[in-house]
Design a protein around this ligand. Structure first.
Ligand code: ATP
Length: 249
């Protein structure tokens, strides 16, 4: 589904002071594409996800999925928060079906979907483990599976790998690419990591400091399937340098 943000404005008022996060922000993510959003810390990336997910409302503007308005309406996109947020008192299997339970989906159907998904994500042997018994990478895979089982074709992934060590992070990026190539979700991926954005994305949107605007839209020119060695090649240096400088603006 194509996700479009039209003239979005949002101001927070905190202790009597107003902070304008977005003014007339416009952005379109084509159906089935993988778009990364990078921007300085505090530029409003998580706020944008909360607005798209309908957890918060903009002061002005519209959010559209395939031309249907979803502004302020939760439940239309899958949303994976910065932290994995698996519930500690639920097993992995119970965690991944959380969205299905909230939608009051038939438990038998959710259970079959969960088993299939856990198997596919290499987590079946850990289905009855609790989150504290899982590694960081497993928790993130579990959280992504839960987001996918929520059943919406549009995913917001807010820095899903930010807390992982470099090697696990690389493994997870390649794994996410393989999942996306199969499912073809429309993905909005938030990251601070320039190499991660280049390796994964069709397009990279660069946000300025707040009030945030899109300062540049970059088409990532490297063919798919992406070679994991891409990030070590000299070919990406000009793009890396450009993004690095843009982030400083
Ligand atoms: N509910 C809120 N009430 C008041 N201010 C808020 C609220 N949520 C976020 N902010 C402020 O809005 C600004 C943008 O925050 P946000 O978390 O969206 O930025 P971000 O780009 O995701 O940051 P980071 O990259 O560090 O995760 C910050 O200055 C933050 O303090």
């Amino acid at each position: 589904m194509t996700l479009a943000l039209k003239n979005l404005s949002k101001t927070y008022i905190e202790n009597g002071q107003s902070m304008e996060i977005f003014r007339d922000l416009n952005l379109t993510i084509e159906s089935g594409s993988f778009v990364s959003l990078i921007g300085p810390s505090g530029s409003g990336k998580s706020t944008l996800c909360n607005l798209i997910a309908g957890i918060e409302k903009p002061d002005q503007g519209q959010i559209l999925l395939d031309d249907q308005e979803i502004t302020g309406m939760p439940g239309h996109v899958g949303y994976m928060f910065q932290k994995d947020l698996l519930l500690p008192w639920r097993t992995l299997r119970e965690n991944v079906t959380l969205g299905c339970d909230l939608r009051r989906q038939d438990k038998k159907i959710s259970s079959v979907e969960a088993i299939k998904g856990l198997e596919h994500f290499g987590l079946l042997d850990f289905a009855d483990y609790y989150p504290h018994q899982l590694s960081g990478g497993m928790k993130q895979r579990g959280a992504l599976l839960r987001t996918i089982l929520f059943g919406q074709p549009t995913l917001l992934l807010d820095e899903p790998f930010g807390a992982l060590d470099a090697l696990t992070r690389r493994e997870m990026q390649l794994w996410l690419l393989s999942i996306w190539i199969e499912t073809k979700h429309t993905v909005l991926f938030i990251t601070h990591d320039i190499e991660e954005a280049i390796l994964l994305s069709d397009k990279i949107f660069v946000l300025s400091k707040y009030p945030a605007e899109v300062v540049e839209i970059i088409d990532v020119p490297f063919p798919r399937p992406r070679d994991p060695e891409l990030i070590f090649s000299s070919g990406i240096l000009p793009l890396k340098t450009k993004l690095f400088h843009l982030l400083g603006t």
